[in-house]
Write a protein that binds this ligand. Structure first.
Ligand SMILES: O=C(O)CCC(=O)C(=O)O
Ligand SMILES: [Fe+2]
Length: 359
């Protein structure tokens, strides 16, 4: 697949099926329409059980307006992503992640995939939630014209994904004995935070052995993540971890990497380190990574569209006290989400640099 203007790279209708015979994980499927209607408490109970277990599930989107916005929106975001990634490298580098925010472009190879320093192969562009939802004259930084041209679409995608994320957190809150307001107040959409839409492009596979790592092994550092992908490549570590593993690319429990098949019409939902932190490990942040898609799918560039719901910058990262959350020791130091996320990101080798970057 040549990387040129004339060929459409994001073309889900042309992708071959995910191959048989690989170690795959069967995630459970939750209906968004059912949980939004609050009509099926058994469905909501299942969400809670899954989030206490592996912390990953498929969210079936058709059947409600929010689901349609996410399903159709993700296709539109990926189509914009393709054009953004086709911009010349020097142009993309103008928007490189810098300063105190994770907004902007990360070049392929910008993150270390392991302790030996192997480079990752995916590029991504983070579209900050606070930038996308405010009027243009209140935006704090420049964005490529291609992104500005679709800003109303990004705004709708942010607002819908954010509210779906909060709805799921509300389900979890009730079952933990936490007032749902305790989650809402920590994730207000208009407050400054490091939430964003991430558009990712991973290159086609170069060798049959698939040694390249597109997105290194990690747990997400926010609260809840809504992921859309169309080709295989996502893998989950078979054993769940219960604590944030800073400065550690490797799983700390014996296990194996299991493939997650993309499921048509479904988003993939997973919890992050902040959900684990707020609940003192009752909820699980699943470890995952992305390698090139398997078999014939690997010939295609791989796009994914992720929305991260993260705690507001000023939120103090402490466990919540509630009947369903065991009391941990009192923390001696208050750390706000902004610093916590910086620390988590640094642990994954993502640097927050100040001023222009040279390399
Ligand atoms: O591309 C994917 O399928 C997953 C990406 C991911 O895990 C991330 O960006 O945190
Ligand atoms: Fe992730």
């Amino acid at each position: 697949m040549p990387h040129s203007e004339s060929t459409r790279e994001f073309a889900p209708e042309t992708y071959p099926p995910f191959p048989d015979g690989l170690p795959t994980i069967e995630l459970e499927t939750i209906s968004l329409a059912k949980i939004l209607a609050d009509s099926d408490s058994a469905e909501a109970d299942r969400v809670f059980e899954i989030c206490k277990g592996r912390g990953f599930f498929y969210l079936e989107l058709p059947g409600c307006a929010a689901g349609d916005i996410i399903a159709e929106g993700a296709d539109k975001v990926a189509a914009v992503a393709e054009n953004v990634f086709k911009l010349p490298l020097e142009e993309k580098m103008k928007y490189r992640i810098q300063g105190d925010s994770l907004d902007g472009y990360k070049v392929a190879g910008g993150t270390k995939a392991d302790r030996a320093g192997t480079k990752d192969t995916a590029e991504f562009f983070n579209l900050g939630k606070n930038e996308m939802i405010v009027p243009d004259n209140q935006m704090k930084k420049p964005w490529p014209d291609l992104i500005m041209a679709s800003k109303p679409m990004f705004k709708e995608y942010v607002e819908t994904s954010h509210s779906v994320g909060l709805h799921i957190l509300g389900i979890l809150a009730k079952r933990l004995g936490v007032d749902p307001h305790e989650f809402t107040i920590r994730h207000r959409i208009e407050e400054q935070s490091n939430d964003h839409i991430r558009m990712t492009r991973g290159p086609p596979r170069e060798t049959e052995e698939m040694p390249e790592i597109q997105t290194p092994s990690h747990t997400d550092f926010g609260t809840i993540t809504l992921l859309m992908n169309w080709l295989g490549g996502l893998q989950i570590w078979s054993e769940s971890a219960r604590k944030a593993q800073l400065l550690n690319h490797e799983p700390d429990t014996p296990g194996e990497w299991l493939w997650v098949k993309p499921k048509k019409g479904c988003a993939i939902i997973n919890l992050g380190d902040a959900a684990m932190k707020f609940t003192n490990g009752v909820l699980c942040a699943g470890r995952h990574r992305v390698i090139p898609a398997p078999g014939p799918q690997g010939k295609y560039p791989r796009f994914s569209v992720v929305y991260f719901v993260r705690p507001e910058d000023q939120c103090i990262m402490k466990q919540l006290r509630a009947p369903g959350i065991p009391d941990g020791p009192e923390e001696d130091q208050d750390i706000c989400a902004r610093d916590w996320i910086k620390r988590q990101a640094a642990g994954l080798g993502i640097e927050f640099r100040h001023g222009p970057q040279k390399s």
